[in-house]
Design a protein around this ligand. Structure first.
Ligand code: ZN
Ligand code: ZN
Length: 301
């Protein structure tokens, strides 16, 4: 068991304007320092004192002492961030603790997997970027989004950024790394028999973080669609999947198949086709790709 203080006591230490100012000042000083190639800058007490509006050195010393441990590390050379200090100060500087700014729903390109409509709409709901079909009104995709992204971009530009981020995130997830905390994921393959997506996808993949409890869901074929072999395959056919959101993959789903080859241990095969070319993926019980196979100029049986 960890002998670390409880979270409420740790985060309670930040309930003080001077301490938050200290963390921000260290981040600003780090950014202004030229020699930070190895990623760690240690800031001397006197440098922090120059940058923070505090009455006297003993007061600064007291507040620094409170931050050392959970948020700052202290060596003879000075002060630097711990992981928690780093995370917290980046969130503050990017204003990501604020609510999402307003965003008017926009019409976007894509393909509804339920009704084939191409009339899709992107909107924000709570902290999620949601894509819905205007025709059948079903939700097609949802992805968490940071306020800073919505403040920096709007309209089509925002949609493009979210699509790229989604593709990147899902590739990381299928490599077994949680996007939120980089912890390990536990994977479950779900047979879609009896589910609303039964006719479109044979298998869904659920990845759950063993540490922070975040959960990710996606069709098995979409997981391999972001695999480097698929990115290369589609690139050769004039399609860049690396920047496409999941709602943009639905237009291909009808040509993609996923089937279970064996039971114990479980093995799956996903086939992505384009024209008469095929790319076959073999996946293990955790839906990780074990090998791939290219078949040129042959139609799917
Ligand atoms: Zn629809
Ligand atoms: Zn996690």
């Amino acid at each position: 068991m960890s002998d670390a203080p409880p979270p409420a006591a740790v985060f309670g230490l930040l309930s003080d304007e001077i301490r938050v100012d200290i963390l921000e000042a260290i981040a600003v000083a780090e950014a202004e320092t030229e020699t930070r190639s190895s990623g760690r800058t240690e800031l001397a007490f006197s440098d922090i004192y120059e940058r923070v509006d505090v009455d006297n050195t003993s007061k600064l010393s007291y507040h620094l002492g409170e931050l050392v441990g959970p948020f700052l590390r202290k060596t003879d050379a000075g002060y630097s961030f711990t992981h928690a200090g780093e995370k917290f100060v980046r969130m503050i500087l990017a204003d990501n603790y604020e609510h999402l700014p307003a965003f008017d729903p926009v019409t976007i390109d894509g393909h509804c997997m339920y009704c084939d409509s191409t009339e899709l709409e992107a909107s924000l709901r709570f902290q999620f970027f949601i894509v819905t079909c205007r025709n059948c009104e079903r939700a097609l995709s949802g992805h968490p989004i940071a306020p800073t992204l919505v403040r920096a971009h709007d309209g089509d530009e925002l949609v493009d950024r979210v699509a790229s981020k989604m593709a990147l995130d899902y590739r990381q997830i299928r490599n077994g790394l949680c996007v939120a905390c980089t912890g390990d994921l536990s994977t479950t393959v779900i047979d879609t028999e009896g589910l609303p997506v039964e006719d479109i996808h044979s298998f869904l993949v659920r990845d759950e973080c063993n540490h922070c409890l975040r959960e990710y869901n996606g069709p098995m074929a979409y997981g391999v669609a972001y695999h480097p072999a698929s990115i290369a395959f589609h690139w050769e056919h004039g399609i860049d999947l690396s920047t496409r959101g999941m709602w943009e993959l639905h237009e291909f789903a009808a040509q993609w198949t996923a089937e279970q080859l064996s039971d114990d241990p479980a093995e799956y095969r996903v086939v992505l086709s384009h024209d008469s070319d095929e790319l076959r993926f073999y996946l293990d019980a955790d839906a990780r790709v074990t090998r791939t196979e290219r078949v040129r100029g042959r139609t799917v049986d």
